[in-house]
Design a protein around this ligand. Structure first.
Ligand code: SAM
Length: 160
């Protein structure tokens, strides 16, 4: 985890109380070839390396039907991120941007989102391409893509 000493010029941190107003359940862990943050791509690519979403019980049954989809959105908890930088300078060039104008991993709630290609499902593990996170990153959710070629995912009018 980074500390306040890592602030770049003009970046602004805020004082935050320990989060206690919501509790997330991790549903598993993500296995990737990326062993340090420096080795992770800034964003995953659908032709990137194979990774695995290792789903833990009691959630494994929740994978039923996912094999019908070619793509999914994966949400994960960027667990090594600091959470207090409201203004950030991602390129260290002094050009400040607000956290909500960035896809930086440093955010009040460090949730990562990537679209992945589903290569297969092997028991409790979903094999995918498209991730950019550290090996061991906690898995929050998997949502199938709604796209024209997904037979169970027709477009529906504004009902979510
Ligand atoms: N694709 C996601 C998104 O847009 O929400 C995440 C993008 S974020 C720019 C990806 C970067 O987060 C990686 O390049 C790496 O530096 C960092 N990162 C990856 N896994 C992390 C983790 N578990 N904790 C903290 N930082 C992480």
């Amino acid at each position: 985890m980074t500390t306040r000493d890592d602030l770049r010029e003009n970046e602004v941190a805020v004082t935050v109380s320990p989060p206690e107003d919501a509790a997330l359940r991790f549903i598993g862990v993500i296995r990737t070839p990326f062993t340090s943050r420096d080795l992770c791509p800034r964003q995953g690519r659908l032709d990137g390396p194979e990774c695995r979403l290792v789903v833990q019980e009691p959630w494994v049954a929740g994978l039923a039907g996912l094999e019908r989809f070619e793509h999914a959105d994966v949400l994960y908890w960027l667990h090594q991120s600091r959470r207090d930088l409201v203004l950030q300078s991602p390129k260290s060039d002094g050009a400040l941007r607000g956290v909500f104008a960035l896809r930086s991993p440093i955010r009040p709630n460090p949730i990562g989102l990537s679209k992945v290609r589903i290569l297969g499902i092997e028991g409790a593990e979903v094999v995918v391409r498209g991730l950019d996170c550290l090996d061991g990153t906690p898995l929050l959710d998997i949502k199938p893509d709604r796209c024209a070629y997904s037979p169970l995912a027709p477009d529906k009018p504004a009902d979510g």
